[in-house]
Design a protein around this ligand. Sequence first.
Ligand code: COA
Length: 674
Amino acid sequence: MDQERRLYPSWCNPLFIRPTRPLPEEVAIIGAGTIGPDIGYYLKSALPGIKLYLVDIVEEPLKNAEKRISGYAKKALDRGKMKEDQAKSVLSNIVYTMDYDQIKNCDLVIEAATENIPLKQRIFDNLEKIVREDTIITSNTSSIPADRIFSKMKKPQRTTVTHFFAPAWRSLPVEVITWEGGSQEVVDYMFWFFATTGKAPIITDNAICFMLDRIFDNWCNEAAYLLDHASARQIDTVVEEFVFAGPFYVLNMARGNPIIIETNTLQMEEGPHYRPAPILGSVETWLTHRPGTRLEVPEDIKNTIRDRMLGILFSQSFDIIDRGIGTKEDLNFGCEIALGFRNGPFDIMRDLGEAEVNRIMRKFKEERPGFPQAKRSFSAYQDFARYLLVDEMDGVKIITIRRPQALNAITDVINDEILAVLKEHMDDPSVKGFVITGYGKSAFSAGADIGRFPEMLGDRDASVQYSKDCAKVQLFMDQMDKPVVAAINGLAMGGGLEVAFRCDSMIATKNATFQFPEITLGILPGIGGCIVPYRKWPQGADIFHEMICLARRITAKEAADMGMVGRITDDYHEMIREAVKEVNNLQGKKKRIPDGPVDIPEITIPDQPMARGLVLSKEAVSIAVKTIKDGAAADNLADALEIGYRGFGEIACTDAAKEGISAFLEKRTPEYKA
Ligand code: COA
């Protein structure tokens, strides 16, 4: 945990940082090659009001950059991801220029030029002469440590490396490097800045290739060495068990061979075993196929490939943790969302088990001597929450659900992890209570993970059991003496809203919304959603009817007017502070959910129930109505909750549920039978 303290000296959740400067008004990107325009498009999409300069020394890439950025905006428009006026502001105020003098008023400059130390140093020297003293200057190098590129600067304190992943306009992670010559203020600011603009930044140490490219580069390099034993197609096929696209396919896409040669040559400072595979220098394009193409690979070759590729993956993962280059949480997270691994390396290890990992590492040691091996016990690499960040503020534990790739949708693992944190600190007298919030500015949680549903649909018992398993967190919160406050930072939907409703209080940002979209999927909120709100806020019953039966979405203000939300805040930062205060206010004042039956007004449903233009399933709506009514009439809360679980079990066996869930997963509009 030492390394984690050093990498994250203040907060793990970047939005807890109070920035020392405002958002930039003018930003420059140096280098209009591939990644520069992509970074530019991300910045303009997130902050359409800024003035963006794309700078290059020749005109051609600038022209291409302009075309590329307009193309992205057009695609976003065509796909309905952006409105006309939004696209207009994204494309306005971009200056494509070869004149460095134009960028003198920039608050932030991101260098994205070729990976060449003297070139980068010349750029920074030039920049220092042009921009203000307080302008933050960062480099998008993927491999060169910060001290080597910034060492000749007069004010290196204002610099750091901010390493994006392709495609930079969409890929969530950005590595923000902490290095001894740079100031903590700049690291904190960039960490906050990226999260504020929709990225998922992670802080890593200043090692060669930082964190995630140590995985990616060595993964590709090892694949190239394996060509002595197997073909590129065979290697790509075998490792698709672990990644969405094999290394050769990715190298072709990225024209990446020279990059691996360059970065692995740099890593050779750590030992000759990092030497780039010679074949990378003599081949331009690999003979491989699209991911998912079937190819039979003989068992012995398959095992050779699998063991070696896992060997390098595990070796690098151990080394990153043992040297404190990054945290286990971030390595797992980054491998999944930046590098396309189906599971993080520590999850792969967990699933294989200790004995198998040891076997792979022994074999790898024999075949590839010199590479790092584990320095700790197997369990020491497993001991972390995969999807939660836990911070502490004023004696309150703040749990952030971090799964931005799925709008913080709650999986079984996340449920277990929340429960584990609550249990761990329940009896600790130094902990006053808990806040639960979501990562990023858009969602508290988009509900239970819909990918989990297909396996239980049509099976009543399995569906009831699923609801009960999920409800463990809520039931535990019900009986805890310490208060739990939900800090709603955006969409609170379905299973996420059911967790929030169960907390002792809710604080929300002004953009927060509350919705049970289940009925649009042909299901109902089965983890207390049809029960608890009626008992906690009976005055809102009419609105809950519409929320559950017609998927009505309500705003933070409506929720506050109804007495559900204690306080609405202007931003995330204030929301967290208020939520922590609320935990303090609730000391010794925790209220239990009223136990007895509750009178509810009649539920009136139109002949053809609709939700935002979608024709709903009448059968599903009638099961929801019955569940609400029976739940309200139940003698006590426990019985009512049971009715809710059973309602979910019943609805999960309808055609509507099958259709609704399949439609979501196939990204189409569901068509319900009348
Ligand atoms: N479970 C699993 N994945 C989810 C999810 C959920 N509840 N909610 C969102 N996601 C995933 C999406 O599938 C998408 O993944 P992809 O990028 O791999 O395709 C990603 O999160 C982003 O969502 P997307 O739909 O592209 O964002 P959007 O801004 O267009 O729409 C929502 C946002 C919330 C309206 C939409 O995601 C949605 O309707 N989600 C389902 C909400 C729901 O029904 N919750 C109750 C579940 S019981």
